[in-house]
Design a binder for this molecule. Sequence first.
Ligand code: HEC
Length: 111
Amino acid sequence: MKAFIVSLLVLCGLSTAVYAEGYQADIERGQVLATAQCESCHGNVVITMAKQFPNLKGQKIAYLNKQLVDFKTGLRVDPLMQAQVSALSSDQLQDVALFYSQQVTPNLSAN
Ligand code: HEC
């Protein structure tokens, strides 16, 4: 049983970093994209001022990637975000999801 749980955890870990298509997300490309395109809204300072802008830092990679894909396919509707991801490839979405998942969650409790 213990071995089963351990292998399940290992599988879950792998599935977050390597997606079905076999693409290995690149954190450096994700950082470049985040700095150029996402931080203007999702940066620490901005999200404390703009209450409807969500924090992405430290969020689970699978969750982030799903939201980005859902925005791109129109399953999740938000004109701001759909415009942001419309020109991005699936690989770029995975890169930026990996980058944000590896960041430290800011302390928003003071705001
Ligand atoms: C113009 C401002 C703006 C920019 C630029 C922007 N976002 Fe967003 N983002 C938002 C807003 C507002 C929401 C909340 C949408 C909603 O209410 O459903 C959001 C939501 C999200 C979510 C869902 C978060 C959750 O908790 O469900 C993700 C993931 C995301 N953005 C990623 C990105 C990435 C990656 C980029 C850069 C490629 C980016 N955003 C650029 C404004 C922006």
